[in-house]
Design a binder for this molecule. Structure first.
Ligand code: FMN
Length: 215
């Protein structure tokens, strides 16, 4: 059975990245009615930042040969480590059970929201290879960062996630769907860019639905 893990990270409830990820998830679930599906709202129910006990667990895991979750549980030594493990274990179980990981995320400060970074920190356990998983990132940005845009080089959101998934999780199958120029919806000074945003948003919604058919 194929399983989709769907994460959202926007602080906004009415959010473009949420709409894009929902479009992908809806299309995916319609074509895979028997597929597994789990959803986590990282903004509404934030994953805590890692703490010292998490780093202790991480250091202990580094001394072990494997990354079998049941065996990792045996490495817990202190109440603090037990509390850290109680947070990270369900996140790892959920992640490892998924074949496709769908992330709806805004660009914040040229990168990703702290809510998503907190999740990444938690699940980035040593030797956690996710090589055969596929990642889909549905993102929304206030400005424009596609090739040729003045700020293209400032896109640390897509570059960071792509490089991190490849470098740390050994995942090379990461696809991005982005809606740009979202700030033109709120900022009257950018009103002349609204038509370009509408175009980018419509294209991204279409891509998200179509992409789901191939997963
Ligand atoms: C805290 C914060 C930081 C932001 N930083 C950037 C940024 O660096 N570059 C950018 O293009 N847009 C930035 N934006 C605009 C968002 O990317 C834009 O509003 C986007 O639509 C948010 O995604 P959402 O609609 O899914 O919430 C920022 C917005 C917020 C709230």
């Amino acid at each position: 059975m194929t399983t989709l893990l769907h994460l959202d990270a926007s602080a906004r409830r009415r959010s473009i990245s949420r709409e894009l990820s929902a479009a992908f998830a809806e299309a995916w679930r319609a074509q895979k009615p028997d597929g597994g599906y789990s959803y986590r709202d990282l903004a509404a129910e934030p994953v805590p930042c890692i703490d010292e006990a998490w780093t202790e667990l991480c250091d202990t895991v580094l001394t072990q040969p494997g990354t079998d979750l049941d065996r990792l549980a045996e490495l817990v030594r202190t109440p603090g480590q037990a509390a850290a493990w109680a947070i990270v274990e369900p996140l790892l179980t959920e992640l490892l059970a998924a074949d496709v990981i769908l992330i709806g995320t805004p660009m914040y400060n040229y990168s990703i929201p702290a809510a998503l970074k907190a999740w990444l920190d938690q699940v980035t356990f040593p030797r956690m290879s996710l090589g055969d998983r596929r990642f889909v990132v549905c993102s929304a940005r206030g400005g424009a960062y596609s090739p040729g845009a003045t700020k293209a080089a400032f896109d640390y959101q897509e570059r960071y996630l792509r490089d991190f998934f490849a470098g740390h999780f050994a995942v090379t199958d990461t696809v991005f769907v982005s809606a740009e120029l979202a700030n033109s919806k709120q900022d009257p000074a950018l009103a002349q860019l609204r038509a370009r945003h509408d175009e980018s948003y419509s294209a991204a919604m279409k891509s998200a639905r179509e992409l789901a058919m191939g997963y």
